[in-house]
Design a protein around this ligand. Structure first.
Ligand code: BTN
Length: 261
């Protein structure tokens, strides 16, 4: 795929992005943006890549990041010494879901905390990493990986039952080259708007309306502990409100859930 760097640059400039770095291949957009942040990169700086050789996922996992029409992107925010909003991460899911819906015309689901699903398959993962927390220099990197089209080749065995993409084989590499700049810019614009507005709790209505776990029995995993719980809601802080097997209401702020779709 020919990356049209000028198209990316032109669209991001209109969004007042202070600096955009674009790579055909990189180890990890989150790692590279951390290097730039430590060198003083401005609030709102972005790194985009078309493939990653060492993409990071949640819980220390690697994130499969092949070349072939996918988008790997990281956004730097510097909220100063402000108390960090618990919505920094859920806002990434809402910003991305809305961007995919607008640019690609596909309705996506959000699986708590931050995975996006389409037709029962994971099409996007989000990893937010914070540094110097509590200090004036604190910063957060929000990393988003979207499987936009089927990259071809073999998907790793362990992902075969879950890996999906926005378009599958519906579009060509050349189509993807036109879509990626618009998709990344839309996502960036959505996220920065929520950030500038102080991550208002109203964004959780957008989150809940796309949730595919509310009302479901799910497997909850935290470290080595696993249990079945009924999800009864998601609160305005992004917490998963559940009822356990004893009937007790428990709200989780972290951990991971598995669902049967
Ligand atoms: C997950 O599903 O576990 C989260 C995956 C996050 C992947 C993105 S791709 C862009 C950014 N760079 C990384 O190394 N990871 C995130």
């Amino acid at each position: 795929m020919e990356t049209d760097i000028r198209l990316f640059e032109q669209i991001f400039k209109e969004l007042m992005c202070p600096k955009l770095y674009i790579y055909d291949e990189i180890d990890s957009t989150n790692d590279r943006l951390k290097e730039y942040a430590d060198q003083g990169a401005a609030d709102g700086t972005v790194v985009v890549a078309l493939s990653q050789t060492n993409g990071h996922g949640r819980s220390g996992r690697t994130f499969y990041s092949p070349k072939g029409g996918n988008l790997y992107m990281s956004i730097l925010i510097r909220p100063g010494k402000a108390t960090l909003s618990p919505l920094i991460t859920p806002a990434g899911a809402v910003a991305t879901a809305k961007a995919i819906e607008k640019v690609c015309g596909k309705k996506v689901d959000i699986k708590w905390v931050n995975d996006l699903y389409l037709c029962g398959r994971k099409i996007c993962g989000i990893l937010a990493q914070g540094y110097n927390i509590g200090q004036d220099s604190q910063y957060i990197i929000i990393g988003i990986g979207i499987n936009v089209r089927n990259p071809g080749g073999d998907v790793p065995e362990e992902l075969r039952n879950i890996y999906g993409s926005v378009y599958g084989n519906e579009i060509t590499d050349a189509d993807a080259a036109m879509i990626l700049p618009r998709l990344s810019a839309e996502l960036y614009g959505n996220y920065m708007e929520m950030y500038k507005n102080g991550f208002q709790s109203g964004l959780m209505d957008e989150y809940r309306s796309r949730s595919n776990v509310i009302g479901k029995r799910v497997r909850y995993i935290s470290g080595n502990d696993e249990s079945y719980i009924d999800v009864i809601g998601i609160d305005d802080n992004g917490g998963l409100v559940t009822k356990d097997t004893n009937g007790d209401i428990v709200t989780y702020m972290d951990g991971e859930i598995r669902i049967k779709l």
